[in-house]
Design a protein around this ligand. Structure first.
Ligand SMILES: *Cc1c(COP(=O)(O)O)cnc(C)c1O
Length: 459
């Protein structure tokens, strides 16, 4: 398909799921009932669901066939033996712990390494990563490169960590107090932006010198490998899988939510190099997740993960994945919607602060856009800004997040070109009526991960 400009979906559809096409009047009521928090909407009330790319992938016929092949034995199931082998070969790590999703692996690893006084450092901790670290009593510090927090600036590897700051932090706090350095590939909360191999190499060197643990949050490592192949010198002739393997080889372990680049609806794992750490984590795994040969997963889930981890590195798939996300981004940009540039791997991020410059950050411009997208087009999206990451100072005044983004996360292999054309049309309406949009205030919020259950009211 080299000499064509149209990117086609590299699959045919074998099974379909109907979408209910609601009216704007209906959606107005649904949104009110959901307290203006799309996490509280019923999925049937949504037309295009861009809330997350997590666990929303369409599985292939081979994965579904694997579901029937699942060996549901309690111990030593052959589905586990296959999954362990697939992950060992991909990551090069000796110890593989299956978990029901990414955050379970995070809770085990960071619960084990974290305690009061400990520090974790990352290009950007994902929300569940931060929550698990903070829940252990430790603190989480984000140090993306400065380019990473300027939405309109182009940089090929905006997901990179600031190496100068990393070295300073290790020196200030002392290597003994660093629970670990975590590189998230791609940087989900920072716009789905890739991290370069060079950056990972330097992090690895620093961590080795100071004897600090270095982990990859590798949820989207295949998408990250695509960007390295296309943007970084010296990787043109390496396969996506080889690029991922090189990256794994520089870390002490990895945490993965298989709900992303393993193309499944549920699952995760923790992969470790160090035997002692693996044994301690296995004990925690058995207490809360399950025995070490299934860890909260069914045999059928493990079959689907093993197959998905192979399919995700297929060049045809990755090209379609990255180029189709970029297509939506480019169309929105050319219409005048401020987006985070360059377009990341799994999502298009709208700069809501720039779009709704009349809404102050303490009225959550991102939440305003999320609500408008739902009202106008039944599109469900996710605020990644001060609702998700905002904190309060002693006077209960909002300390805003560094950016006010709205993420349109694209489920893998789920929507077609015409769905995307519809989304573009909804944005034309949003743009036309942007000055009449108003902000929101929070009327209820829990202590951790407040965006999931917070309630809002229009200001
Ligand atoms: C999704 C995600 C997680 C958490 O995984 P879950 O499967 O949702 O528990 C952690 N880190 C990153 C970067 C993610 O995208």
């Amino acid at each position: 398909m080299k000499n064509f400009k149209t990117i086609i979906e590299p699959f045919r559809i074998k099974s379909v799921e109907p979408i209910y096409l609601s009216t704007e009047e209906e959606r107005k009521n649904y949104l009110e009932e959901a307290h203006y928090n799309p996490f509280k909407l019923k999925s049937e009330q949504v037309i295009i669901d861009f809330l997350t790319d997590s666990g929303t992938s369409a599985m292939s016929s081979k994965q579904w066939a694997g579901v029937m092949e699942g060996d549901e034995s309690y111990a030593g199931s052959k589905s586990w033996i296959r999954m362990e082998k697939v992950i060992r070969e991909l990551t090069g790590f000796e110890y593989i712990l299956p978990t029901h999703q990414g955050r379970a692996a995070e809770r085990i690893l960071y619960g084990y390494l974290g305690s009061k006084g400990k520090i974790f450092i990352s290009n950007t901790h994902f929300d569940t990563t931060r929550a698990n670290i903070e829940f252990s009593g430790a603190s989480a510090i984000d140090i993306p490169i400065p380019e990473g927090t300027q939405p309109s600036l182009y940089h090929p590897f905006k997901g990179n960590i600031d190496l100068g700051k990393l070295e300073t932090l290790i020196k200030i706090h002392g290597a003994n107090n660093i629970g670990g350095v975590i590189i998230t590939v791609t940087n989900n909360s920072g716009g789905g932006q890739p991290v370069s191999m060079e950056n990972v190499r330097e992090v690895s060197k620093l961590c080795r010198i100071h004897k600090v643990n270095f982990f990859l949050d590798c949820c989207r490592i295949a998408e990250n490998a695509y960007f390295i192949n296309h943007r970084e010198d010296g990787y043109r002739n390496k396969s996506y899988r080889e690029i991922a393997q090189e990256m794994f080889s520089m870390a002490d372990g990895a945490v993965m939510s298989a709900k992303k680049d393993a193309l499944v609806n549920m699952g995760g794992f923790l992969a470790l190099k160090n035997k002692q750490m693996a044994e301690a984590c296995t004990n925690l795994l058995i207490i809360t997740e399950g025995f070490s040969t299934y860890g909260g997963l069914s045999g059928r889930d493990m079959e689907a993960i093993s197959t998905g981890l192979g399919e995700v590195f297929d060049p045809g798939y990755l090209k379609y994945r990255i180029r189709s996300t970029e297509y939506l981004g480019q169309r929105l940009q050319s219409m005048g919607i401020p987006i985070l540039l360059p377009v990341g791997g799994h999502a298009v991020y709208i700069d809501a602060k720039a779009l709704y410059s009349h809404i102050p950050v303490n009225h959550y411009p991102g939440q305003a856009l999320v609500c408008e997208l739902y009202l106008k087009g039944g599109i469900r999206s996710c605020e990644i800004g001060s609702v998700m990451f905002g904190k309060y100072n002693n006077q209960k005044k909002l300390i805003p997040a560094s950016m006010e983004l709205v993420r349109l996360a694209i489920p893998r292999r789920v929507y077609t070109q015409s769905h995307i054309e519809f989304v573009i049309e909804v944005f034309e309406k949003i743009l036309k009526e942007k000055d009449s949009s108003r902000g929101y205030k929070i009327t209820y919020e829990p202590e951790f991960l407040r965006h999931f259950t917070a309630k809002f009211e229009k200001v």
